[in-house]
Design a protein around this ligand. Structure first.
Ligand code: KG4
Ligand code: ZN
Length: 362
């Protein structure tokens, strides 16, 4: 069947056309066309996503992105068999734009709408390469809004075994980037500086904490790490303030930090975040012995995380690692069409209302 995927949970307006076949044990996907409009440039000046601006932009861009996805797939709307749309988690005003758009289209085409969970989308994002997930699987989901470990017995039985108690890891990347005067979204920016630090052999003498690393459970915490970076920056800029380079309101100013020092901070922060994620995931692998380890979400674009996950997994030869392909780690509509097909096969959505659920759980 041909599924139209629609994603508007945050600041990306995305539509995809995906051919989906096969059974729940062995679903097969062929991406026929997709299009994505990122609102990053618009939100950059506010240092983060502004929900009502996101809503306005989604409304404006959905028809354009739909046309583009269709023309890339060389199909017309009449060929669509079902529409999968993200209903949560995410920003409700943004989610509603996709849902209303999907509803209208479904009435016009006489096809059904499959309400789809964004986080299931991040799990399903690894399925475009033709590889099969062997169950049970374990998934580490790392994005701007979530950091969680999910044990997946099969597509019907999923159990969140741990999650962040405060900030999501992507959020911590974004906030630390902001402290260093880097633009939103900060993840890729921090990552770039960290790579440069490694290339130049720059490292920080101070070690930032690896929060909850020995807590004995599978929960995370990133706000203490973020605060440790803030205090460190305060400390070093404080020294500058004493030497007279005080900002107008006496605030911490990233302009007082040298480029090399920014690189050192970025590297140490990235190391701390990655080490925490990998160590918790390793502990969960030990306990649950999954046959597949899936890592999904925007932060999987981070090369250091991918590298460290893969090297940790080498200790478990019976377990395969599945990571999203290029362009599928951050939010997109291909993963929504794929997760939608799985929902469709599961038939578990029939009684659920088609509405935005900002805090929808996995
Ligand atoms: O999954 P996603 O696109 O959106 C949400 O559902 O939140 O994830 C976005 C998050 C942002 O916090 C962004 O800074 C982070 O993913 N991110 C990265 C990298 N690329 C994106 N974090 C670290 N390293 C990266 N290379
Ligand atoms: Zn996401």
């Amino acid at each position: 069947m041909i599924i139209l995927g629609i994603e508007t949970s945050c600041d990306e307006t995305a539509v995809s056309v995906v051919e989906a076949n096969g059974t729940i044990e062995n679903p097969i996907f062929n991406v026929l066309g997709s299009s994505l409009h990122s609102q990053i440039d618009l939100h950059k000046k506010y240092g983060g996503v502004v929900p009502n601006l996101a809503k306005r932009e989604h409304i404006r861009n959905l028809p354009i992105v739909l046309d583009e996805a269709l023309s890339r797939s060389s199909l017309d709307l009449a060929k669509i068999d079902a529409i999968a749309v993200t209903v949560g988690p995410g920003l409700e005003p943004a989610l509603w734009t996709g849902i209303s758009f999907a509803k209208e289209l479904s009435e016009k085409l006489g096809v059904e709408v499959i309400p789809t969970n964004h986080m299931e989308g991040h799990i399903a994002s690894v399925l475009t390469g033709g590889e099969k997930i062997e169950f049970p699987a374990l998934s580490l989901l790392v994005s701007g809004g979530h950091t969680e470990l999910v044990f997946i017995e099969n597509w019907k039985n999923k159990n969140k075994i741990g999650e962040t108690q405060d900030d999501a890891v992507g959020e911590a990347f974004d906030k630390v980037a902001r402290m260093l005067g880097l633009p939103y979204p900060g993840g890729p920016e921090i990552s770039k500086l960290a790579v440069e630090a490694r290339e130049k052999g720059l490292s920080l003498e101070t070690k930032f904490p690896r929060p909850m690393i020995h807590s004995g459970d599978f929960n995370f915490s990133f706000s203490g790490l973020k605060t440790a970076v803030l205090y460190y920056i305060r400390n070093i800029t404080g020294a500058n303030i004493r030497s007279g380079v005080k900002t107008e309101r006496g605030q911490v100013s990233e302009s007082n930090i040298s480029d090399d020092e920014k690189k050192r901070i970025a590297r140490e922060f990235e190391d701390a975040a990655v080490e925490t994620l990998v160590s918790k995931t390793k502990a969960a692998v030990e306990k649950y012995s999954p046959k597949t380890l899936i890592v999904g979400g925007g932060v999987v674009s981070n090369t250091e995380l991918r590298k460290n996950i893969e090297s940790m997994a080498k200790n478990y030869p019976g377990m395969k690692v599945m990571l999203p392909g290029k362009g599928l780690a951050t939010d997109n509509a291909v993963m929504i069409a794929i997760a939608g097909y799985i929902e469709y096969l599961n038939n578990s959505y029939k009684n659920s209302k088609l509405e935005a659920k900002g805090n929808l759980d996995i």
